[in-house]
Ligand binder design. Structure first.
Ligand code: FES
Length: 80
């Protein structure tokens, strides 16, 4: 989430700053490299109240940033 937040300006993206409650960092993951890690704390609860949720939906703030995400492909879901 912070990589997207820092590099691409998207209005209202990441409002809760990574707590996993706002859902504004909803992304569709199109390619997840082997070994990368998704936190699974509050993500399901937050995704349950969002539109356009698919099997590949995740909260960008719940994706651990380390070298295992090399090759990760995500698409920010337009909440508007
Ligand atoms: S930044 Fe709020 S849920 Fe990810």
């Amino acid at each position: 989430m912070m990589l997207i937040y820092d590099k691409v300006y998207i209005e209202d993206f990441g409002e809760c700053k990574g707590v996993g409650r706002c859902g504004t960092c909803h992304v569709h993951v199109w390619h997840a490299p082997t070994g990368m890690f998704f936190h699974d704390g509050v993500e399901h609860t937050t995704l349950a109240r969002l539109a356009d949720v698919q099997e590949n939906s995740h909260l960008a703030c719940q994706i651990m940033v380390n070298k295992s995400i090399n090759g990760l492909v995500v698409q920010v879901v337009d909440a508007a």
